[in-house]
Design a protein. Sequence first.
Length: 366
Amino acid sequence: MDSFEMIDQIIANELSGEITVEEKQELKQWLESDPANVELFDNLKYYWSTNVNMADDDLDDFLKDFRKTFRIKKTIRAIRYPGIASSLALIVTIIFMLTGSFQSDVSNMSWITRGLDPDKNYLILSDGTTRELDKGHVSKEFYTLQGSQPGENKLIVSRRNISSVSLPDGTDATINSMSWLTFPSEFVDGERRVKLSGEAYFDVVEDELNPFVIEIHKGEIVVLGTTLNVMSYENQKSEVTLIEGKVNIYLSGGRDSVKLKPGEQLVISENDYVINSADIENVSPWMDGNFDFAGRPLNEIALLLSKWYGVTITCDPIVSRKILLSGTIERDIPLEELISVIEAVHPVSFEKTVNGYSIKAAQSLK
């Protein structure tokens, strides 16, 4: 493919899971052609994982500006799948940012819905009305009295924040930073269904006749009356940790269904899954205001910090393979202080980039 002219479409197909074998090869060649492309692609995967969508009118205007400004001869083609248009908007956003046409504050760029403050929480009602929230609890009375109509409401939790909501059946959900939960104003016809992108802790009201269903990127969780923690950011592993009760998880793509027992954690990757024992005494440290690194590799920690602080943090592959972090630290620590702690105990350095940090290996690791 000359000059990688269709690379925006190929990346969109990769992020949405629609990429072909030939396109994978083109993507590989593009990544190998320039180190800057690797950083760009890592940034795009981060933005895709936040699952932010532009309003249609804003997207149209944005793409018009892109066609006028960026040095690509072709016109952006019609989009076949929901979400790919959003990914193209994310692609051109970061291209603009890296070429100086946008400010490099990635924490603001992650809220591409436009007009939303990246430090505030929002409830978007089913009629499209947006309500700015304080950092506390969202009651059923609040979204009912706000005039929500039949359809889905969307609770958006910003960086460095946590929020909670009482769902129509009395189920309580606590939502972690950079996460979204959609839910109706009323559950009707026995359907108790919500959609999650990000991380949440659910205390589900028991109702055996009407199971509670949580849609995540990699499947559906069917809950009968349960306490569980769910982490499901797009384009990274999903985790379902059962504390009490019982759940069935139906994996997307026609894969297996999985039953969990209390104290078990299901980890779902793109092509596989594994069931591990879980420390249920410390399954959701984020609810207590802590990071618990729990022996995770540094690339997973980078994603965790990216979502909390609202910046983009990428890792050298050698760093990801060789360094695991353990321990607990309060989440209100400034990022710069946390970076100093990590650099003091591990042979890595955090190098400032235009939109965050890149973690590099010290010479002793190479």
